[in-house]
Write a protein of this length. Structure first.
Ligand code: NDP
Length: 285
């Protein structure tokens, strides 16, 4: 990669951010497309994100992906907010305009729907109720995207019931809240179960989801991608359910960001999923 006087700079901001796969994905696409650009990771101080974004106003950096713990602050700092970022109450994408304005968007919902379409061909969000585990930023974005895509009902199942109730009320549409203990009831008759909690992440305890209560046709998706086959997906596969992994979502939420930063769709023929899998398998410092 050659850095020139025209190199377009974009990146990801988070804390911690060193393990992010986004630089690997975006730089592989840049190389494949022959675009004079670079994508780097930034780790602003946890209380310094507003200062960091202010310093970038005017376009020294074309844009940022935003990850934990800055997604909610990113939304507040932006001058223009897309409808889907507003619905999610979180932004994973900031674009810096030359006149100093900052635009916020959220592509997580697109990534989730894209992953479902790719790994569960024929799945339709309209096919039936969808159970969503979690009531954090990812669940909020997913619920809004599912309702917008025509899901007849989204059942938000969360450890803290009040949070599920708040998300259900905020997202509107046909959203209902369930405590984690009532997961089996929430799983009845669903078209899909989607985990939007960190439960099952390598090194953390997994939540024992009563997937037996789902219909045989249900699709089970996990936003967690480390390990690629989480305990939830392993159980789903053992029950014969179709599964969708979080890595597919990660790659698919990155594509619209790439387009926003560099003005072109990711090139076809660059297997970023394979690159990401190799990186995930490497022992991490
Ligand atoms: P938040 O911290 O905002 O939300 C976490 C939610 O998970 C809360 O509702 C919390 O419940 C619940 N939760 C946490 N631990 C457990 C547990 N052990 N058992 C049951 N519930 C639990 O996180 P985000 O919403 O930002 O992200 C959620 C997950 O999704 C993360 O692992 C993240 O990496 C992943 N993600 C993946 C993406 C991808 O592209 N693949 C994109 C975005 C997110 P409570 O309210 O009770 O605290």
């Amino acid at each position: 990669m050659t850095i020139s006087g025209r190199t377009v700079v974009a990146g990801v901001a988070g804390s911690p951010v060193t393990h992010s796969l986004s630089p690997l994905i975006h730089n592989a696409w840049l190389a494949g497309a022959g675009i004079d650009g670079v994508y780097v990771a930034f780790s602003p101080a946890e209380d310094g994100f507003a200062r960091f974004v202010d310093g970038l106003r005017g376009g020294a950096v074309r844009g940022l992906n935003v990850t934990i713990p800055f997604k909610e602050t990113a939304l507040v700092l932006a001058d223009e907010v897309s409808a889907r970022a507003r619905a999610a109450q979180a932004a994973n994408l900031l674009v810096f305009e030359p006149d100093g304005r900052v635009r916020a968007d959220n592509t997580d919902g697109l990534g989730m729907l894209g992953a479902l379409a790719a790994q569960a061909p024929g799945f339709q969000p309209q096919a039936g109720p969808i159970a969503l585990l979690g009531a954090g930023g990812a669940a909020r974005g997913a619920a809004a995207a599912l309702i917008a895509a025509g899901a007849p009902e989204v059942r938000i199942v969360n450890r803290t019931l009040e949070k599920a109730q708040t998300v259900a009320a905020d997202v509107g549409g046909s959203c209902a809240a369930f405590p984690l203990e009532a997961a089996a009831a929430a799983f009845e008759g669903v078209a899909a179960v989607i985990n939007a909690t960190p439960a099952g992440l390598a090194g953390r305890a997994a939540f024992e989801a009563p997937l037996e209560a789902t219909p045989e046709t249900a699709v089970v998706m996990d936003m967690v991608y480390q390990p690629l086959v989480t305990p939830l997906l392993a159980k789903a596969q053992a029950l014969g359910r179709r599964t969708v992994d979080g890595l597919e979502m990660l790659v698919r939420q990155a594509a619209p960001s790439f387009e926003a930063f560099y003005g072109a769709a990711p090139p076809e023929g660059v297997d970023v999923r394979c690159l990401a899998l190799t990186a995930l398998e490497r022992p991490r410092p």
